[in-house]
Design a protein around this ligand. Structure first.
Ligand code: NAD
Length: 497
């Protein structure tokens, strides 16, 4: 695996990149039917990367026609499972071959450090593609225990045309979490990347086609939410939408479904992760992870540990280590391999983060560090990580998802109070508990209302486990075999013998 060792090499590689901006429909790059494009700016320096197709209803219709056509023709869904596996593995191989290029595209498009794109995102996407590629010829259907005289089969069938609408924070990964299970189970997909980060989705579709995935099976429609996104949600011939993004837009997709064809809507939405640190925790480890956890991906992480719920007895000692770790974070040019925190995705998101930093101060929380602008010599969107003490769950920085590197510290006096505070949120995506007491770890993790509970770690995972939320963090699950449920229908065939 190639490592990005120094900035000058990375900059040279960037100069050699080819970027695509047209939509990808039925195996070809095409302009939006309207001819409209928009400026795709890099958060690194605010400069134009390329013009990207602003697709709309007509393009969604074109893509659905292609997707439905190939689904009905059966060249993908009826392909022998072992052959579908081979094509998917070829796709994964091609993805791996272009790992450096994809990492670079991701970084210039959405601002995360190149070291993370290359060593984390690309590897996790590869694991996802390889894992789901292996599924088609390993999953068996069922025979129901009906007794003599009857054969009742329970089989899974692909649902049909899937609309996948994804955000900008992990563009490739969120796409892969949908594409892996949707394609492995034989569906056609219309993927809409976020308007801020279309580049890797377009390149992945090109590689999928090169791998032998038939034309029309994977279509990519860049464009805006209220136009391209809404048209997907409202389409009468899309069978399911798998969405990752904000709760506000997630709720819109439920409405679109009710106003159109009752398509299934699967939602992976926001979070306000409680990071519960009890007095008997390994203080250094927990404090370091609290700091690096909120800075990872510029805090633009749905399961970021953004509420630090810490027991009073250890708080002072704990915060000292959090501050020390945060001071060592290197915010700056995402193309510099030494950078540990890159650029915020766009000017609007940067303004949102800054407005929460001001609100925190207005509402009486105490800013201990950061929130200012780092020196970069670049005209991009940067902010140093911020930490607030004396936060309560009632303050907006304690309640609302900021989606930036802002840590809110809430002090508690007992395990019971910690659980109460942790669960007092409309979200339920990720939560953490730090304690050395095994029974306590079990007790607290059962009490926490979240789709994932990390005990004495943060964000450890792999593709074998499901990921998704309780409450307003969503429904259904990405990852693991459970994700296949979203993209398949169950059929009962009852045969009288
Ligand atoms: P967003 O909801 O603004 O956008 C997500 C997608 O929806 C984009 O493709 C966008 O173009 C589209 N969209 C926007 N408005 C739309 C509309 N009116 N109709 C149809 N589609 C529309 O979210 P974002 O700002 O891109 O991403 C941040 C959010 O994503 C955060 O809330 C974060 O927590 C969430 N997220 C969740 C997970 C998870 O797995 N639960 C993972 C990553 C991000």
């Amino acid at each position: 695996m190639k490592k990005f060792l120094d900035k000058s090499t990375v900059l040279k590689m960037k100069e050699c990149l080819t970027v695509k901006g047209q939509a990808f429909i039925n195996g070809n790059f095409v302009d939006a039917a309207s001819g409209k494009t928009y400026d795709n700016l890099s958060p690194r320096d605010g400069q134009l990367i390329n013009q990207v197709a602003a697709t709309d209803t007509v393009d969604v219709d074109r893509a659905v026609t292609a997707a439905r056509g190939v689904f009905e023709a059966g060249s993908w869904r009826n392909m022998a499972p072992k052959d579908r596996k081979k094509v998917m593995l070829r796709f994964a191989d091609l993805y791996e071959k272009h790992a450096d290029e994809l990492a670079l595209l991701e970084t210039i498009d959405m601002g995360k450090p190149i070291t993370d794109s290359r060593n984390i995102d690309v590897n996790v996407v590869l694991e996802t593609l390889q894992w789901y590629a292996e599924c088609p010829d390993k999953i068996y259907d069922e025979i129901a225990p009906t007794g003599q005289g009857t054969l009742a089969m329970i089989t899974r069938e692909p649902i049909g045309v899937v609309g996948a609408v994804v955000p900008w924070n992990f563009p490739m990964l969120m796409a892969a979490w949908k594409l892996g299970p949707a394609l492995a189970s034989g569906n056609s997909v219309i993927l809409k990347p976020a308007e801020q980060s279309p580049l890797t989705a377009l390149r992945m579709a090109e590689l999928a086609t090169e791998a032998g995935i038939p034309d029309g099976v994977l279509n990519v429609l860049p464009g805006f939410g209220p136009t391209a996104g809404k048209s997907i949600g409202m389409h009468m011939d899309i069978d399911c939408v798998a969405f990752t993004g904000s709760g506000t837009v997630g709720k819109l997709f439920m409405q679109y479904s009710g106003q159109s064809n009752m398509k299934n809507v699967w939602l992976e939405c926001g979070g306000k992760g409680p990071n519960v640190v009890l007095a008997d925790a390994d203080v250094r480890k927990a404090a370091e992870r609290a700091a690096t956890g909120i800075c990872f991906n510029q805090g633009e992480v749905c399961c970021a540990p953004s509420r630090l719920v810490v027991e009073e007895k250890i708080k002072d000692e704990f915060l000292e280590i959090v501050l020390e770790t945060m001071r060592s974070v290197r915010t700056g040019d995402p193309l510099d391999p030494q950078t540990t925190m890159g650029a915020i995705v766009d000017a609007e998101q940067l303004a949102r983060v800054r407005s929460y930093i001001s609100k925190g101060q207005e509402e009486g929380a105490k800013l201990l560090l950061g929130g200012d602008t780092p020196e970069t010599n670049l005209d991009g969107y940067y902010v140093n990580p911020a930490i607030f003490d004396a936060v309560t769950n009632e303050m907006s920085i304690g309640r609302e998802e900021i989606f930036g590197p802002v840590l809110s510290v809430i002090t508690v006096r007992s395990e019971e109070e910690a659980i109460k505070v942790a669960n007092d949120t409309p979200f339920g995506l990720g939560a953490n508990i730090w304690t050395r007491d095994l029974s306590r770890a079990h007790r607290v993790s059962r009490a926490l209302r979240a789709g994932t509970v990390w005990v004495n770690n943060h964000d450890q995972s792999d593709i074998t486990v499901p990921f998704g939320g309780f409450k307003q963090s969503g429904n259904g699950r990405d990852k693991s075999l459970h994700a296949l449920d979203k993209y398949t229908e169950l059929k009962t065939t009852w045969i009288e013998l």
